[in-house]
Design a protein around this ligand. Structure first.
Ligand SMILES: [Zn+2]
Length: 72
């Protein structure tokens, strides 16, 4: 995992709030914004998210949060 557990939790919270305001545009746009703000590599984060089924912001919530919510 390219981010710490607490950063992953922060990402889920960030996406929850952005997606409820703006919806998903079928990209990792909000995830990319989060990576910049959190100072993590978006390239690494994106590569990892794709391995766990997160190809766009809403899939990160649906597929990735479901897998990792017990860990973070
Ligand atoms: Zn989506």
């Amino acid at each position: 995992m390219p981010v710490a557990g607490n950063q992953l939790k922060a990402l889920f919270e960030y996406l929850d709030s952005k997606l409820s305001e703006q919806g998903c545009d079928d990209t990792l746009y909000h995830t990319a914004q989060f990576a910049v703000e959190a100072g993590v590599s978006f390239a690494n984060l994106k590569a990892w998210l794709e391995t766990v089924g997160g190809y766009c912001d809403c899939e990160v919530i649906v597929n990735v949060e479901e897998k990792f919510e017990g860990l973070v």
